[in-house]
Design a protein around this ligand. Sequence first.
Ligand code: PBG
Length: 325
Amino acid sequence: MNFPVNRLRRLRKNNNLRRLVRETQLSVNDFIYPLFVCPGKNINKEIKSMPGNFQMSIDNIIKECLAVKDLGIPGVILFGIPAAKDEMGTEAYSENGIIQRAVRAIKKEAADLLIITDVCLCEYTSHGHCGVIENNDVANDKSCALLAKQAISHATAGADIVAPSDMMDGRVGVIRTILDKNGFENILIMAYSAKFNSAFYGPFREAADSAPQFGDRKTYQMDPANAEEALREVQLDINEGADIVMVKPALSYLDIIYRVKHQFKIPVAAYNVSGEYACIMAAAEKKWVDEEKIMLEVLLSIKRAGADIILTYFAKKAAKLLNKK
Ligand code: PBG
């Protein structure tokens, strides 16, 4: 039946009707808030390209986690800025590394907040790559062994979910096996499965001081042109034991989120990354766009595409608005 019998505007006539027929509901339940932990005391250093986000020492991270919990956000993902870096990224898997200490401290004060830890070496290596360097490239299997050590040390400290973001082949399987061997069969793996080699990570590399000192990440992160390959990456990670798979970045990859969700019917996370945040914040600062409206529209689009979980620097701001409604 066509016009004039059918008039879709009837369903949009007023707010109550629009509420009844709304297909996607954004909620505080969807969010994970990323945090950057650094050594020291009482440090709260704003990240220039990510206004409203800070490098924080553990004492301040605890306060921040309590605030996140009060807003009803289910969890945080932690990134570490180590006191010292070296070729092998030793602090990444040290018992007294920045993340291990932070996790223990947060668990004491906010036990029921989910703690996700990013498993990757780029913040900890002097060369800034996500694994061990051999012959001017990242050595896959040796890197996996170190990532597994890092995952175990995070689980031992009390992390609920480990999230490998390095893009080495086979790392999910290696991590699942070592977790199980050490009695951590109930610790989840959220795999950065389809992680693209993206210019949208720029501000994060300032925040985490993790830019590669030579070359780029093209031999391990995915080519932005590839969608079929993204599905293969996801399939492999599911086979290796991933509980949640991630697509990253989110906005230029909504098609990938959609395809992953529809093909695999498994919890899908999407990372609304630093550059996506920075672009909106910069335009909002110039009053070229309305920050709140554009934020909610962007987050909604990620959910509508199929994401169950959204990692976003907007989590606190969005939660405040959604809690008010
Ligand atoms: C570590 C890692 C990165 C991000 C999350 N984990 C950076 C990178 O791969 O260079 C990016 C997050 C963001 O941009 O918000 N490998």
